[in-house]
Design a protein. Structure first.
Lengths: 591, 717
């Protein structure tokens, strides 16, 4: 047993160690996706691969999938055969984070010849080979290099064969391997700190301490679940992907202090486009939402997740079978959380959030005038959903923990120019508490130098506006438009375009957040403020049951409340050239 | 009064107190004064303090040759939103950069997190047609008539200050300069801040945020400084008036007017300078400054007698201790971390059934339970009273008696749900607060590639001396030092500050293929401007020096490390710079990378002239012997035996150079120093208390006898 004083001290020390690991990767990374967007996470685990602590800024889903990945690594490399100095690696989407880009790098930590714990991270590498045209991939084989459980280091020595194999299979190998080295270095620092910690406290094993922190977190989670009335809470979200509308039914079953989410009825896996989720990935998104609702203030570890269970039919879009394509699994997986929120809204209204507009991403790839390869990402968020007591924030990256990429930094690394990155007025879902605003980003080829740039365009939530909660309204859908040579034709998937001239542009919109509560209940002074500040335009007043009279915002009679917007799906514009401002305006009007 | 009429005065206006220290340059005598701050008009307390202190020292303000000032004015204006009505001009298409920020959630499980409201409301953020590319070429020329029209409109709406931040202006400032010239000519009453002058560095959000902060506080600072100067002149002050910048250097009021955002955290910066000064006086140039007050503790690394300076700070956080919840400001600032651990930090039980201390604080109002001002929650100060560390009758020299009963009651309430008795709870509170400071310090030092065990800890501030020996022990440090007048440390630090200005500029390139002529020109420009600024503080030209640094990284990385540069730059120095970079990288991150090219992002130079050497012995008197210094013995809790022991209590003013062995308590008016068993204290020639930390093994905070011996034994170094 630990007393409440020592335990608090030791626990926060372990979190500190993971934070130090996080800082090390962040500061030594080479890719925009890790160095600026921070798409990675670090974790400390006990010798049985149960999480003890993770860095506070970790990518949520990575914290939840890494323990699974390590358990799978153990099947190839039993713990009792591991050596001090070994570093394990895998990117198997079925045991790790759901697509090949996410590399798990894991270092067992030894004290007096015994493995006492593990330090690991998952990082989204900038490239893993395979097709850039993910929208057409039918199987995981096309999506890049598959790294089964392997030893990247054997007893402290780099496994040159593995390294050479990785280098040969990826674009910008020095960038990819630089990031892997950042992960290895971070683990090394974490291992060193863990050993110092154990030495200082005279701990021969982490087990009693791990057990204690996990037990406490588990108890808190069980208490939070027990406070929810027993029963089955159901919801459904509907969204568009790969040109089809998918309906995702969700059942949350609360029984005593255990909670199960059953995705029975999830659509079958899709034959192409990489939008399928592996079981581990879908479960991680589901439990992440639950943790945010039930015990947001408790430092996360394995204990939090013991009372939570997730079921999804095998062969479905939430539990796809090998070798389904999985590259862009966020296009489906990011709807898990909103479905859970919706299901629990009637009983936990204070703790859930209306749908948050999903992030969009664009990667520029090609060779510059000096023959150097570039491959960099710009990523940005939509508007956050409203809550029972709060409006959503505008432009927030969710459900990732990423940061956006500075425009100046992106431009310096790619011959593309960002011409606009601005909030879209009227893009927030109306409600007593409205959503945050979405944003529009316009990207143009910088020079007419005849050097083509491949733009990989990843919109989310295309044609998929989700209703708000408890009477809140939907925001617009995510949208995009490409003026350039479009290679992919399927709507609602990763688009690959070639930008050849400075008149070629990509327009991407991350949607706003949905509203919470009936829009007519929103105080008029807040509607007036939003109008004054330009968050809404006079046209947007109708959604709040309001209009202008004598220069003032007043409530309209009931019948004037606008109908839910008809969904318009953006279609690729084809190779026609037109000035960007015009395209931008037209895109806006079409909604 | 001496014949020599040369005096220096330091005035540090803090949130609660305004501290003043007067130095007689001839005799070295120091006079200190502490009065309550007047938040509505901070200059009032400063001027009153000045008059009172002059009267006490029997001098006139005319005899003060230099007055050095630090103030929380800028920090408070940003927190309390008391700045000017500010507008922002951006490149068209980017008016929302300021509001969007990093788009990052600073707490991944909190669905409802809040961000600070932008300092400029959306209606006053206007995009202007213009565009400069990453290479500095003008792609779209500036629409001058639109600027004129827009700003005319804004001024009619009551805008007093304008910030201008265009994309890639660090690369080519032409458009920003055009706007500035235009506005100065046509709107002479408007404050104008342009990003290419305030923070010419890549990353548009941070640069915008910095420029906006500058514009927002500029009218206020200008008004304040003018008021100070006028009032000082009316009092007969004829000397030089200097201001402390966040970088720990002094500048003339004119520089502060142009770069008011650089006045952020100027008080704490001064405290860090004092730690450095003490280090040089006692021949120990590597130290950790530990400044613990009522609300927070600040920890700062001092190397070679100087605090480390970092290029960014985050201010006005929604959650004070959550990075990412505030406004980033790119300005050189003494590198400190702030922890929510002070005398007023509140203790409680969290939802996991664990004892937590801080980061919330009882502040001065209602204050700790023992203050008897209406506070009922237990704080660190209450725990210290319960444990016998503070004498309730001698707090602030007896000026403010404490209510020990209230302290005991508050602490015991916290212990009930934990199953701990009052004393166990009190020790738990004290142990946790020390431990959380030690942990924060450890992470801070390790992130900077430093091993805490190599350093001595300098403890000051109201609560610093009580915690210093314990924190030093937890960090494995061998020594803790408590400077004289530790309650006035920041004001003392002002007296020893160097004059100077820290410049930074982005000019990116591969180390191998840089245009060194261009770089050299950039440095010469910055250094010329810096020299002018330093000369304006009255320093002789011969004392001015420039120290060049570069922020470098392996090409393709995003984060840089700082490397010192030689005085003159040309292609011949490339191998030496590369070598320094690799060595620094390896020191920080374990190993240097072979075969990766290296890139420079920002160039920095500190132009400065050294500060005064001040002897701190000045005010000492009445040193006698430990026997005479011994006031009494007091029952004090010691964790080793988990019991109260009679411990000697000494009056600091009467200590001699003979050593004292712990456990012991040393009292002075503003602070109490604790010595643990195994510690040994001496007073050095500078009147510092120097505590050699005992190497004895001390078990951890064992509050439950049932604790397993193998799992929870703490072995202190």
């Amino acid at each position: 047993m630990f007393d409440p004083v020592s335990l608090e001290i030791m626990w926060s020390r372990l979190i500190n160690i993971t934070e130090e690991c996080w800082v090390t990767i962040w500061r030594t990374a080479f890719s925009t996706i890790i160095g600026e967007a921070q798409d990675f996470g670090c974790e400390l685990l006990d010798a049985r691969a149960n999480s003890i602590a993770h860095s506070p800024r970790s990518m949520p889903v990575f914290n939840l999938t890494l323990p699974q990945a390590i358990k799978a690594l153990f099947e190839s490399f039993p713990p009792n055969e591991l050596e001090d100095g070994d570093v394990l690696i895998t990117n198997d989407p079925w045991v790790c984070a759901g697509h090949l880009f996410d590399l798990a790098v894991v270092t067992p930590v030894f004290r007096s010849g015994q493995m006492v714990g593990l330090v690991g991270s998952i990082g989204h590498c900038s490239d893993i080979g395979g097709t850039k045209d993910s929208g057409h991939a039918r199987e995981v084989y096309e999506e890049g290099l598959q790294i089964p459980p392997l030893k990247l280091y054997r007893a402290g020595r780099l496994n040159d064969d593995v390294a050479a194999m990785i280098r040969r299979n990826v674009r910008r190998p020095e960038m990819v391997f630089g990031d892997i080295q950042a992960q290895v270095g971070s683990n090394r620092i974490g291992a060193q700190r863990l050993l110092e910690f154990m030495e200082e406290y005279g701990l021969e094993t982490l087990e009693p301490l791990a057990h204690e922190v996990q037990h406490r977190a588990e108890t808190a989670m069980r208490e939070a679940i027990a406070a929810v009335p027993d029963g089955t809470y159901a919801s459904e979200v509907e969204f568009e992907v790969a040109g089809q509308r998918l309906r995702l039914p969700c059942k949350v079953i609360v029984a005593g202090d255990e909670l199960t989410v059953d995705w029975e009825g999830a659509p079958p896996e899709l034959p192409f486009g990489g939008v399928n989720c592996t079981g581990t990935y879908a479960a991680a998104h589901t439990t992440y939402a639950l943790k945010s609702i039930l015990t947001p203030e408790i430092p996360s570890n394995a204990g939090c997740f013991r009372p939570l269970h997730v079921r999804a039919p095998e062969g479905s879009v939430l539990n796809c079978r090998y070798p389904a394509s999985v590259n862009q699994r966020t296009m489906v997986g990011w709807f898990c959380g909103p479905a859970v929120f919706r299901a629990l809204a009637p009983v936990l209204a204070d703790h859930v959030q209306a749908f948050t507009g999903l992030p969009a991403l664009c990667a520029g790839y090609g060779r510059d005038a000096h023959g150097r390869t570039f491959n960099d990402h710009i990523m940005f968020g939509g508007g956050q959903g409203g809550g029972r007591n709060t409006d959503g924030n505008s432009a927030v990256l969710y459900p990732t923990s990423a940061a956006n990429v500075p425009v100046e930094m992106f431009e310096q690394r790619t011959p593309l120019m960002v011409e606009r990155k601005e909030l879209i007025p009227d893009s927030a879902g109306a409600g007593r508490h409205r959503g945050g605003l979405g944003q529009q980003v316009v990207i143009r080829k910088l020079y007419d130098d005849g050097l083509p740039v491949q733009a990989q365009v990843l919109p989310h939530g295309i044609g998929s506006p989700l209703e708000g909660l408890l009477g809140g309204r939907s925001a617009g859908p995510g949208r995009y438009k490409i003026a350039g040579k479009v290679i992919t034709k399927a709507a609602g998937l990763t688009q690959l375009a070639e930008l050849r001239k400075s008149s070629d542009v990509v327009i991407l919109e991350a949607a706003g957040g949905s509203g919470f509560g009936a829009p007519r209940e929103r105080p008029l002074e807040l509607v007036q403020r939003d109008l004054t500040e330009g968050y809404i335009t006079p046209r947007g007043l109708a959604a709040y049951g309001a209009r202008m009279r004598n220069g003032k915002v007043v409530r309209s009679p009931m019948k004037r409340l606008a109908k839910t917007k008809r969904v318009v799906i953006a279609r690729p514009a084809g190779p026609k050239q037109s000035p960007v401002t015009e395209i931008a305006t037209r895109l806006r009007r079409s909604r | 009064m001496t014949k020599n009429m040369s005096y220096r005065l330091a005035v540090d206006i803090g949130g609660t107190f305004t501290d003043l220290v007067l130095l007689d340059e001839a005799s070295g005598a120091l006079h200190g004064h502490k009065i309550l701050t007047t938040p509505h008009a901070p200059e009032e307390a400063a001027l009153r303090g000045l008059r009172e202190l002059c009267a006490r020292a029997r001098i006139t303000p005319a005899q003060i040759t230099i007055l050095i000032h630090a103030t929380t004015l800028v920090t408070n204006a940003l927190i309390e939103r008391k700045g000017a009505a500010t507008a922002l001009l951006t490149t068209a298409g980017f008016r929302d950069t300021l509001e969007m920020g990093k788009e990052q959630r600073y707490d991944i499980y909190d669905l409802f997190l809040k961000y600070p409201d932008p300092l400029v409301p959306r209606r006053w953020r206007v995009g202007v047609r213009e565009r400069i590319t990453r290479d500095g070429e003008v792609r779209v020329p500036l629409d001058v008539p639109a600027v004129r029209r827009t700003v005319g409109n804004l001024v009619r709406q009551g805008v007093e200050a304008v910030a201008v931040c265009f994309l890639h202006a660090y690369r080519n400032p032409a458009h920003e300069q055009l706007v500035k010239t235009l506005l100065e000519r046509e709107f002479p009453d408007l404050s104008v801040s342009v990003s290419s002058e305030i923070s010419p560095e890549i990353r548009e959000f941070e640069r915008t945020s910095t420029t906006v902060c500058n514009a927002y506080v500029q009218p206020l600072v200008d008004h304040y400084l003018r008021g100070m100067e006028t009032a000082l002149a009316a009092d007969g002050f004829r000397g030089r008036f200097l201001l402390m910048l966040s970088s720990g250097t002094l500048a003339a009021p004119d520089v502060a007017r142009r770069f008011p955002v650089r006045l952020l955290e100027s008080g704490p910066a001064a405290g860090a300078l004092l730690a450095g000064h003490i280090g040089s006086l006692i021949g120990q140039p590597d130290l950790v400054g530990f400044d613990m007050g009522g609300t927070t503790a600040k920890i700062c690394l001092v190397r070679d007698g100087r605090p480390k300076v970092t290029p960014t700070i985050e201010v006005a956080r929604v959650h004070r201790f959550k990075p990412g919840s505030g406004l980033p400001v790119k300005t050189p600032v003494v590198d400190m971390i702030e922890i929510g651990a002070g005398g007023g930090s509140l203790a409680g039980v969290d939802s996991m059934g664990l004892l937590r201390v801080g980061p919330q604080s009882a502040g001065a109002d209602p204050g700790p339970a023992c203050y008897g001002l209406g506070g009922t929650a237990a704080t660190v100060t209450d725990a210290c009273v319960v444990l016998g560390y503070y004498d309730p009758a001698a707090f602030l020299g007896g000026a403010m008696p404490l209510d020990a009963g209230a302290a005991r009651e508050a602490v015991s309430r916290v212990g009930v749900p934990l199953g701990l008795n009052t004393v166990e709870t009190a020790w738990g509170i004290f142990a946790i607060v020390c431990e959380s400071m030690a942990q924060a310090a450890r992470l801070y030092l390790i992130e900077r590639g430093q091993d805490p065990r190599r350093f001595a800890l300098v403890g000051f501030g109201g609560a610093g001396p009580a915690a210093a020996a314990r924190v030093a022990r937890l960090l494995g440090m061998r020594q803790a030092i408590i400077p004289p007048a530790s309650g006035l440390a920041s004001a003392l630090g002002l007296l020893v500050a160097p004059a100077g200005f820290d410049f930074g500029h982005s000019l990116t390139g591969e180390l191998q293929s840089l245009n060194w002529d261009e770089v050299e020109r950039l440095f010469v420009q910055m250094e010329d401007r810096g020299r002018e600024m330093v000369l304006a503080t009255g320093m002789p030209a011969s004392s001015v020096r420039a120290e060049r640094r570069a922020e470098m990284r392996y090409t393709g990385q995003f984060h840089d490390i700082e490397v010192p540069l030689p005085d003159r730059l040309h292609p011949g120095v490339v191998p030496a710079i590369r070598e320094r970079f690799d060595a620094e990288y390896a020191r920080l991150f374990g190993l240097a990378l072979d075969g990766y090219p290296v890139q420079v992002l920002n160039w920095r130079v500190l132009v400065s002239a050294p500060g005064a050497k001040v002897d701190l012995r000045g005010s000492s008197d009445g040193a006698t012997s430990p026997e005479q210094a011994l006031k009494r013995r007091r029952s004090t809790y010691l964790p080793d035996g988990r019991s109260f022991v009679d411990v000697p209590v000494y009056a600091r003013a009467h200590l001699t150079e003979r050593s004292i062995d712990g456990p012991a308590v040393i009292e002075e008016a503003e602070a109490t120093t604790l010595l643990w068993p195994g510690d040994r204290l001496t007073v050095d020639g500078q009147r510092n208390l120097v505590i050699e930390i005992g190497q004895s093994t001390q078990p951890t905070q064992t509050t439950q006898p049932t604790q397993s011996q193998t799992t929870a034994k703490r072995i202190s170094r």
